[in-house]
Write a new protein. Structure first.
Length: 333
């Protein structure tokens, strides 16, 4: 089963009524609906070993969740992530699959992130906002207003509605940079060579001319830090401190009469078959020069890396394979 399958299993463990209650008030729902003890812990703030995106920790046996309180909606994502840990702990099939992984932590954190996003920005809300309309920048603003999710989580959810290559992008007016970007690769060609990404400079970009409260459709050019550039169609909505934009490789908004296709260069890395961290799929990437196998995007290891290391079940750290016997490393024996 792929990641999306595990996400659906976790989400469907919660009734529609409870999902709605959690989306409306994550903190209150955890205590009232799920019977969990939730306590703020300001000292939390470091990323998990598996590189998850939250600032919390769960003690599932005791029904306790600690989280780092924030003034932004990031706190809600943290709480949703910890609820995901709770739901996945109840899924015996998921736990069995996890136990078979050489390095289970990245997969666990990835699934928890996806469950958290679905809980905060449910598919039903996206359907209600977008409906049969063409995806627009104002839809991101509406998703943010109608949910308790962060702008970034909302952008990730909205990007799934793009029919082809494109991105949902949030620009910071004051710093003239990309604050958030969620890219939807081409379903056939994969990732393009040119795409917007968080932290990229957008100094003097024409999209900043879209005034607060205004909406515009433009054919724009985007430049990568190393100089490569490409054209996109963009639907933009001006906000007080940001500009929200939808990038697309096609003219979704009928801004031009001719609808000329934009020539585009795609990532030419070879397609390789990957079986790792619960995944069984084809990916693009350069193989390891030794084993000629791909590097897993979740754990970052190739076949020979995985064979040369072992995960200690006691301390949770990767050690040399010779140092791990029966799942326990030499330091924990």
């Amino acid at each position: 089963m792929n990641t999306s399958g595990w996400v659906k299993r976790a989400v469907y463990r919660v009734s529609p009524a409870l999902r709605a209650s959690f989306a409306a008030d994550p903190l209150g729902s955890l205590t009232q609906d799920f019977g969990l003890q939730v306590q703020p812990a300001p000292h939390l703030g470091e990323r998990r070993e598996g590189m998850g995106s939250c600032d919390g920790v769960s003690f599932l046996a005791d029904g306790v969740i600690l989280y780092s309180p924030t003034v932004s909606r990031r706190q809600n994502f943290t709480l949703a992530h910890e609820l995901a840990h709770h739901l996945l702990e109840l899924d015996d099939k998921f736990q069995d699959m996890l136990a078979e992984q050489d390095n289970p932590h990245p997969l666990l954190e990835t699934v928890c992130d996806a469950v958290a996003q679905e809980l905060l920005v449910p598919s039903s809300l996206i359907e209600a906002v977008v409906s049969k309309d063409v995806i627009r920048a104002t839809h991101l603003v509406e998703l943010f207003d109608r949910s308790n999710a962060s702008l970034h989580a909302s952008a990730i959810a909205l990007a799934r509605r793009l029919p082809g290559l494109g991105a949902v992008v949030v620009f910071d007016r004051e710093e003239s940079v990309v604050r958030h970007a969620s890219v939807q690769p081409d379903p056939i060609e994969g990732w393009p060579k040119v795409y917007p990404w968080r932290g990229q400079s957008a100094l003097a970009h024409p999209l900043f001319s879209v005034a607060p409260g205004a909406e515009a459709v433009k054919r724009i050019r985007w430049r990568m830090p190393w100089g490569d550039d490409a054209e996109f169609y963009a639907n933009a909505s001006g906000q007080a401190n940001t500009v929200v934009a939808i990038f697309s490789d096609r003219d979704l908004w009928s801004s031009e009469a001719s609808h000329l296709s934009i020539l585009r260069a795609y990532d030419a890395r070879p397609h390789l078959h990957l079986v790792c961290c619960g995944q069984d799929k084809w990916i693009q990437g350069y193989p390891c020069s030794t084993c000629r196998q791909p590097f897993c995007p979740i754990c970052g290891q190739c076949k020979c890396n995985r064979q040369s290391t072992g995960l200690c079940t006691e301390c949770g750290l990767l050690k040399g394979a010779a140092l791990v016997v029966d799942g326990v490393c030499v330091d924990c024996r």
